[in-house]
Write a protein that binds this ligand. Sequence first.
Ligand code: FA5
Length: 341
Amino acid sequence: MTDPGDDLRDRASAAAVAVDSLDELRQARARFTGKKGDVTALLKQLGAMDPEERKLRGQEIHALKSDIDAIFDQRRQFLEDQARRTRLEAERIDVTLPGRLRTTGGLHPLESTARVVLQTLRDLGFTVEEGPEVEDARHNFDSLNFPPDHPAKEMQDTFFLADPFVDDQGAPLLLRTHTSPVQIRAMESYSPPLRIAAYGKVYRVDADVTHSPMFHQIEGFWVDRHINFRHLKGVLTELIQRVFGQEIPVRFRPSFFPFTEPSTEVDMGWQDGWMEVLGAGMIHPNVLRSVGIDPEQWQGFAFGLGIERFAMLRYGIQDIRLLYESDSRFLAGLNDRTVSR
Ligand code: FA5
């Protein structure tokens, strides 16, 4: 005679392997060992048996129950392991994949260009000085030999500060229109020989594709005995070639500044034409006299260059205003366009 327990064991095994989830397994198990399960029903029959038979049958049913428990425990263990393996597989990290690159900030083209120019000037023996952006008319104009009625001193060219920002004579202070007042401040503070550069913001009432109301200049000047125009041309040619390379077209044109005589402007090749990048000249004797330097003993040359114009040439930028818009797409794209360094 077949043991009814064997039949239950077989059914429990079949039910356990037929399910694929822990929930279904719990429900299947309940059909055997739950309150209304088949094994529980067998246990309930024990009460009606006489003691001898109950003892025998009781042992059989308990053995059956622990077999069925083992069947379901084994399947549960398997399903739990399988779920863990699936989860680990899904969460697997491939440590050999390249990392995600963080985008880092970079130098703005104006700052990077200014640093290259200043470093080149340091390499040529210049030391770097600073001067104030809010200036008085004496340093910005008068000591630089501007005549009293020069048009640059008009409101339409220069930003003057409103009352109460006045100098010790009561004249309105102004936003410096160029870095040349640093020449005066340096020559007032130190005795020649001097080889000094200065970098900073300057302001003019001026705006179009090559002019900005605020822009940056680097000033340089060299005062020593027997300095002449050849020194000026040599230093500026060397500076431009070190920054842009030997091939860049450069031309010197005669020009006029009240504080230099003779004066020149330098153009560089740009878009099938020329772009003016700097003004320069031999420091006017009146300027040397205004700071107590004897022009019979000392001579000098000076130059002032526009950093925006240098940056436009270095990076091939068409419109100066792009330099102030902080558009990260434009700025990021520039790194590929640097023509030198
Ligand atoms: C001057 O500012 C003189 N102080 C330069 C100088 C210094 C001459 C020492 C002699 C001796 P200028 O106004 O030309 O000169 O300006 C010099 C350079 O600044 C120009 O060549 C140009 O590159 C740049 N620049 C002038 N105006 C603007 C502007 N509005 N926006 C951008 N760059 C400008």
